[in-house]
Design a protein around this ligand. Structure first.
Ligand code: G4P
Length: 289
């Protein structure tokens, strides 16, 4: 099953990005470090393919640190540049500037030769909803987002955001891919990137529990005071034990799967199982030769 939905405002936002591309030096995609693959938007990546890219794995404080490191290495192996950040507590302006300057070294030196002007680096920031784009933009601007209207190549409508490094950011609305596979939708639902009512809550909860029982079974048994070997049982049985422990029962004592799913999701999103990366990094390829 694939979910095919594309609200009109997302098409408009995609067109907006296409128009803004000529104004920027490079693109910066914000992803969720817990789901680095499913929080990507491949279509936007293709749309912006002519520009160099930096991938920001945001919410690193919610993800498993070792997995994030593996993801960065895996992306680097694919020739991509990635940086892990926590937009709530960090202002990675200098680190981002340094990465951008390295990627743009050739262009910058050519520009300097031609115009002798060493202007700021202009970045277009995009990402799916809930990846933390607004938090990132606010952090980078020190909450002083400024429209810079009257410079050549800038129109009054563009909202440029100044940072304390020599970076100007161009914000764009959060955009989801046009087509989502069922797997991608489930990952996005677990992290809250798509609304809980797009898929049946029970399915999201079941999927999340299945992942948790593989990735962090002890965190689950500890959280709901289950017997240690309970984590090895089949998922439905564990879900029923959690329902009983949390009192998620309907009249007559039947299991309330929807409420159990809601509890599981809330516990995951509030880090009650600890920091977990739901999507494991691809196994690194060994260098040949
Ligand atoms: P968006 O513009 O991409 O849609 O995302 P936004 O910045 O609004 O962030 C979505 C939620 O994620 C916010 O929580 C925000 O505080 C949180 N967030 C963003 N960056 C980080 C990060 O690095 N670490 C952590 N722990 N949280 C981060 P919220 O307002 O509570 O929304 P919600 O989570 O209830 O949807």
């Amino acid at each position: 099953m694939s979910i095919n939905w594309y609200p009109g405002h997302m098409k408009k936002a995609t067109d907006e990005i296409r128009q803004k591309l000529s104004l920027v030096d490079l693109c910066c995609e914000i992803r969720d470090a817990r789901i680095p693959s499913s929080s990507a938007n491949e279509a936007l990546r293709l749309l912006t393919a002519k520009k160099k890219h930096i991938i920001l794995l945001n919410k690193k404080d919610m993800a498993d640190a070792k997995e994030t490191e593996k993801w960065i290495q895996a992306l680097q192996q694919k020739g991509q540049t990635a940086l892990a950040i926590n937009a709530v507590h960090e202002r990675p302006a200098k680190a981002l500037y340094d990465l951008a300057a390295t990627l743009l070294a050739e262009e910058q030196s050519k520009r300097k030769e031609q115009s002798r002007i060493n202007r700021e680096i202009r970045l277009l920031v995009y990402g799916i909803p809930n990846a933390g784009k607004s938090t990132f933009i606010n952090a980078m601007s020190g909450k002083r987002s400024a429209a810079v209207g009257d410079r050549p190549g800038f129109t009054k409508q563009q909202q440029w955001i100044k940072t304390d490094a020599d970076l100007l950011l161009l914000d764009t609305p959060g955009i989801l891919p046009k087509k989502l596979t069922e797997r991608q939708s489930l990952f996005l639902a677990c992290t809250g990137a798509i609304r809980d009512d797009i898929l049946p809550l029970q399915d999201i909860g079941y999927w999340l529990l299945e992942l948790l029982l593989t990735l962090a079974p002890k965190a689950v048994t500890d959280r709901y005071s289950l017997a240690e070997n309970e984590g090895e049982r089949e998922t439905l049985g564990v879900m029923e034990s959690i329902a009983r422990y949390t009192g998620s029962l309907l009249r007559g004592g039947e299991i309330d799967y929807t409420r159990t799913a809601a509890i599981l999701l809330d516990d995951f999103r509030k880090l009650r199982f600890g920091r977990i990366t739901l999507e494991s990094a691809p196994i690194a390829q060994k260098d040949e030769g």
